[in-house]
Design a protein around this ligand. Structure first.
Ligand SMILES: C[S@@+](CC[C@H](N)C(=O)[O-])C[C@H]1O[C@@H](n2cnc3c(N)ncnc32)[C@H](O)[C@@H]1O
Length: 226
């Protein structure tokens, strides 16, 4: 009798353990083969994957990111790890990535992973305010990724400052975008409209089309390559 009870308990525990592992596996969103399976890109996987496809289809050569991967690949679920994702793509496709950040600590954190991944030939991390950097950037941009001024879920003042900052980033660089440029904006589906609220409103008025409206918003120009 006691043995029967023990077997029943063990079976139930085993059942729940298997369900738990299965659910974890289903929820895991990787970007293999570009990045090893263990890294989970969760809510950004859909937009990263589509952006990577577009980069290849459009033969992109210059990528610019505002706000660098301060934790390298350690926080792909939280921050995204875009510097490494796009850096790896750039390395395989003869392209170049510029990633600008105002924080020395973020630059050092990102640079550490760039060194580890052997991406120094294709990725340049720049310590500067993104708006200052973008105002002097002088090459046509194929992918612009906006993810700098940290957003807040609760503080309305930070929300507006972040939204205004991302709008200004776009405005100072928009003349370096061409008809097949791609723009991706992070942290959008958040209370108050997220980082992209003002910039997306502005872009839509200027003939940009939203391709994916998710946690990140992906835009291309109307009438550009499909
Ligand atoms: C969310 S993190 C960027 C994450 C990164 N894009 C990724 O995918 O892992 C935001 C970064 O923006 C930087 N930042 C904040 N204000 C900035 C500004 N005015 N100019 C440039 N970078 C800024 C912060 O220092 C921080 O490192």
């Amino acid at each position: 009798m006691v043995i029967k009870i023990i077997i029943s308990i063990v079976s139930i525990l085993l059942f729940f353990a298997i369900i738990h592992v299965l659910l974890k596996f289903i929820k895991h969103k990787s970007l293999i083969p570009l990045v090893p399976f263990k890294y989970d890109f969760r809510r950004r996987r859909i937009t990263f994957a589509k952006t990577l496809n577009l980069l290849s289809e459009r033969n992109a050569k210059i990528i610019v990111e505002t706000g660098t991967s301060r934790e390298g690949l350690k926080n792909t679920k939280g921050d995204g790890g875009a510097t490494i994702v796009f850096g790896k793509w750039a390395q395989q496709n003869d392209a170049k990535l510029y990633s600008v950040d105002i924080s020395k600590a973020s630059v050092l954190g990102s640079q550490e992973e760039i060194d580890k991944q052997g991406l120094n030939d294709v990725v340049s991390i720049i310590l500067n305010d993104s708006i200052k950097f973008l105002s002097t950037f002088n090459e046509p941009i194929d992918l612009l990724y906006l993810d700098s001024y940290d957003y807040s879920r609760i503080d309305k003042e930070i929300q507006s400052k972040s939204q205004e900052h991302h709008l200004q980033e776009f405005k100072v660089i928009e003349n370096k975008l061409h008809k097949n440029s791609i723009v991706l904006i992070d942290d959008c589906k958040l209370p108050g409209g997220g980082k992209g609220k003002l910039v997306v409103e502005y872009m839509v008025k200027k003939n940009w089309e939203i391709l994916i409206d998710a946690y990140q918003i992906l835009l291309i120009k109307k009438g550009s390559l499909p």
